[in-house]
Design a protein around this ligand. Sequence first.
Ligand code: UDP
Length: 235
Amino acid sequence: MEKKDKIYEGKAKILYTTSDPDLLIQYFKDDATAFNAKKKGTIDEKGIMNNSISSKIFEYLGSNGIPTHLVKVLSEREMLVKRVTIVPVEVIIRNRAAGSLCRNYGAQEGKTLARPIFELCYKNDAFNDPLMNDDHVVALGLATEKELARIKELTHKINDLMKKFFLALNIELIDFKLEFGRYKGEIILADEISPDTCRLWEVGTGVRLDKDRFRNDLGNIKEGYQEVLKRVTGK
Ligand code: UDP
């Protein structure tokens, strides 16, 4: 598939058009940012690892009835994806307390939540991705009520599937972020699922295997991603 024009460059990925108007190439970079890009760096080969991890997870979700944008892996750093219109809402689901839940609500890190928290944030760096509720999303016209209901339904299913997937690899899924898009009238899962977008703790030891190693200067950053890659791909 021929790579044509660069249409978007984000913090971790670049999107290119292709000869097919319905398809894009998603290219994974090594750049890493945290705290709304106040902290910047690169993690050697992160793009290669995240392309591989994300495609494995999307394939698993796809084979379990979740519609996703993944068409196929093209190369080390590239996947072919369906061209969606992104719903400008970051969907976060939490199973245990970490990150902003602890900072904003005083929950103790690691606290098991009585039930998963479904959270919505406005995907807008200029406003610092503020937390929003269902009414904000619908009233501001970011998604319809029906689309939001579908997003919620898919997110809970994805959480159940991913918890099971990671537990089989001796990893606990603490929380993660999803992005959805519209494709031919349907809501589908887009973006990526990787250690950049999930908190992943090793069962038993609590060792962090995700971007918190970069955020919080825990060292062995690349090794965390490598460990997830090894377990996810079985290589
Ligand atoms: N997350 C993400 N992108 C964002 C914000 C959050 O992928 O722009 C992920 C993050 O990696 C974590 C989850 O969403 O797995 C919850 O993040 P939290 O709100 O705790 O944010 P943080 O502590 O990073 O500010």
